[in-house]
Design a protein around this ligand. Structure first.
Ligand SMILES: Nc1ncnc2c1ncn2[C@@H]1O[C@H](COP(=O)(O)OP(=O)(O)O)[C@@H](O)[C@H]1O
Ligand SMILES: [Mg+2]
Length: 251
């Protein structure tokens, strides 16, 4: 599904990513972990076209998508959530999802105006179905900015899923959540977001990661230091050092 080849990206003198290789198979759920500043979000930003690469390639189903515009990459089937949420705070919950859905091809300005067409009715039903699934049906008319943080993260997930992505990139989907909220988010991702998709999840919380992922990839200072089954990766001494040495209290 996704292949990243020898990808490098620096900001000024800081090498955020150094020669990263990563292959993710169709249907796989991969956890991307590593201390703060190790390059996890930058990897998502480069895959989704937010930042250009310095060198290397990104292939989606074998096609080179390196440095394509973000909107084009979304249309090719990659959607993401953001560590720092990117919802429209002054729009209602359902409008937020509806707007995300309408970034897809075949849904142009005319369909927005002809709200009574059969296709548009089906899309509105789909929005309501997504809100129901993420547990926000009863908040559909609330302003997105008025929601508590866990609900804002659920809304971001619904917005990403509204784009029907084949590859879903989740950047700290349980960031700022309590252990109970994190467990709920893990169940929602596992039961609703993951089936039928390929997924990469950035997360510090190992309980969420171990509930979801068959494979872990570890970054440290922009380099990949481990990639494999979670129980093996989490026994590797350099992984433990990177984690416990610099980041133990971070989750
Ligand atoms: N837009 C940017 N401009 C400058 N430096 C950046 C930018 N994005 C990331 N960095 C730097 O790249 C490194 C990796 O950051 P990031 O990918 O956000 O790490 P992580 O998500 O693993 O915490 C950090 O040193 C960070 O300061
Ligand atoms: Mg990050």
């Amino acid at each position: 599904m996704l292949r990243v080849e020898s990808l490098s990206r620096s900001f000024g003198g800081v090498a955020a990513l150094e020669e990263i290789d990563l292959a993710v198979a169709d249907g796989e759920v991969v956890g991307l972990i590593g201390p703060n500043g190790s390059g996890k979000t930058t990897l998502f930003n480069v895959i989704t076209g937010v930042h250009p690469v310095d060198s290397g390639r990104v292939l989606l189903r074998g096609e080179d998508i390196t440095d394509q515009a973000p909107a084009r990459i979304v249309r090719r089937g990659i959607a993401r959530t953001f560590q720092n949420l990117r919802i429209f705070r002054r729009m209602s919950v359902h409008e937020n999802v509806w707007v995300a859905q309408h970034s897809l091809p075949g849904v142009g300005p005319m369909t927005l105006l002809s709200g009574r067409s059969a296709g548009e009715r089906a899309r509105r039903a789909e929005v309501d179905g997504l809100l129901d699934a993420v547990g926000l049906a009863d908040r559909r008319d609330a302003l997105a900015g008025s929601l508590p943080l866990p609900d804002q993260r659920r809304l971001e997930l619904a917005r990403a899923l509204a784009r029907s992505p084949a590859l879903l990139l989740l950047d700290e989907p349980a960031g700022g959540m309590t252990p109970a909220e994190t467990a709920e988010m893990a169940a929602l991702i596992r039961d609703f977001a993951v089936p039928g998709r390929t997924c990469i999840v950035i997360e510090h919380k190992l309980d969420l990661i171990s509930a979801l992922c068959q494979r872990l990839c570890v970054l440290n200072f922009g380099r990949k230091i481990a990639d494999g089954a979670p129980q093996e990766v989490l026994q590797q001494s350099d992984v433990l050092e990177a984690y416990l040495g610099r980041d133990a209290g971070d989750a």
